[in-house]
Design a protein around this ligand. Structure first.
Ligand SMILES: [Zn+2]
Length: 165
């Protein structure tokens, strides 16, 4: 493997390999060859795309609806980057870059409703930019959360709406 350079920019990451320069999620700099956006939560969306845009079609539509500029010409497909479902939200993906560097934003290993759990491929380098990646965050079992929600919903006198921003 050739030498690579990884550094933070904004709340995103800049990755430089011998072949290309990649912006990963919410970066602040210009002049990258590719801009990979993992998913359309606002803490991962840049104000504008700063290289050839690589993301799922669903993420593109959600990003445009949230005001991300630079997507008028659509997304591109390149053999340098393989997108893999990451199971976090509609359209969320991880990216296998140059067949050896795996980048993920937020992800879920479990199947949930229509979302397939993340099945990470083998890689030589793993880069994660995930909000709850710190070990102090430990979540309840998903089925327990659903049961708690259903029990709370049944006990409530008025229906409630739960939204994910
Ligand atoms: Zn997210």
């Amino acid at each position: 493997m050739h030498k690579i350079n990884i550094r933070s920019s904004g709340s995103g990451v800049i990755l430089e390999t011998a072949k290309a320069r990649y912006a990963l999620d919410k970066v602040k700099e210009d002049s990258t060859d590719f801009h990979i956006i993992s998913h359309a939560h606002t803490d991962h969306l840049p104000r504008r795309v700063m290289g050839k845009p690589v993301m799922s079609n669903e993420t593109k539509h959600l990003a445009i609806s949230r005001g991300v500029r630079g997507l008028d010409d659509g997304i591109i497909d390149t053999d340098k980057i393989k997108l893999i479902d990451s199971g976090h939200i509609l359209g969320s993906t991880a990216a296998l870059i140059e067949d050896e560097i795996l980048y993920t934003g937020d992800f879920s290993m479990s199947d949930r409703f229509f979302l397939k759990g993340f099945k990470p491929p083998k890689a030589k380098v793993l880069i994660m930019e995930a909000t709850y990646g710190h070990s102090r965050y430990k979540f309840q079992n998903f089925e327990d959360i659903v049961n708690d929600f259903e029990n709370g919903f049944r006990a409530a006198k008025k229906p409630r709406l739960v939204a994910n921003k």
